[in-house]
Design a protein around this ligand. Structure first.
Ligand SMILES: CC(C)(COP(=O)(O)OP(=O)(O)OC[C@H]1O[C@@H](n2cnc3c(N)ncnc32)[C@H](O)[C@@H]1OP(=O)(O)O)[C@@H](O)C(=O)NCCC(=O)NCCSC(=O)Cc1ccccc1
Length: 149
């Protein structure tokens, strides 16, 4: 079942440059090094590249991503997939991750799909792929969509 694109399309949205600016304005997200690759408001899809950093390693010189930064990438990209439809970043309510295979010596491509953009709650699914296109982790996150003002 598709994500009901018309219901996802709001008045105020964030384009790729605006999402990247919000990434770069957050000390944590800027340190993660995320860069926006593709934005599709109609489909509710956001694609982001996450490069490896030595600080992300599970064990020194292992080249393997620790689960913590993998989860941070999933949470962040899911957040802005919903947030790009509303023109702002959103508070995370909850998320879960399944780590399917080790991510070793690779950048990661995160593809987030909005499954629900409701009046109070948004839901996104996020797939993480390695440089070979193998699925390394999948996540689902919920975000508060209520206006903060
Ligand atoms: C191994 C298993 C756990 C079980 O999977 P199953 O499906 O039953 O087993 P299967 O044998 O089918 O293997 C699946 C695929 O994986 C591949 N492969 C296996 N081993 C290696 C290897 N050494 N290197 C390279 N590839 C390897 C294997 O060839 C296969 O690929 P294929 O399909 O043939 O192309 C798997 O899900 C996994 O490694 N997940 C990633 C876990 C992970 O990275 N967690 C985060 C870090 S932990 C952390 O940070 C903790 C923490 C977190 C948060 C906060 C604090 C602490």
């Amino acid at each position: 079942m598709s994500a009901n694109p018309k219901a996802l399309a709001p008045a105020a949205t964030l384009d790729a440059a605006a999402i990247q600016a919000k990434f770069d304005d957050s000390p944590f997200i800027a340190w993660l090094g995320l860069s926006v690759r593709d934005v599709n408001h109609e489909q509710g899809e956001l694609t982001v590249l996450a490069p490896m950093r030595p600080e992300f390693e599970r064990g020194a010189a292992s080249g393997q991503w620790h689960g913590g930064p993998l989860a941070a990438v999933i949470d962040t990209v899911g957040d802005f997939a919903v947030g790009m439809l509303l023109g702002r970043g959103l508070p995370t309510i909850n998320f879960r991750v399944d780590y399917l295979r080790p991510a070793v010596n690779t950048a990661l491509t995160a593809v987030a799909r909005v499954r629900r953009n409701g009046r109070s709650v948004g839901v996104a699914d996020v797939d993480l792929y390695n440089d070979q296109g193998a699925l390394v982790a999948i996540g689902r996150a919920t975000y508060a969509t209520l206006s903060q003002g």
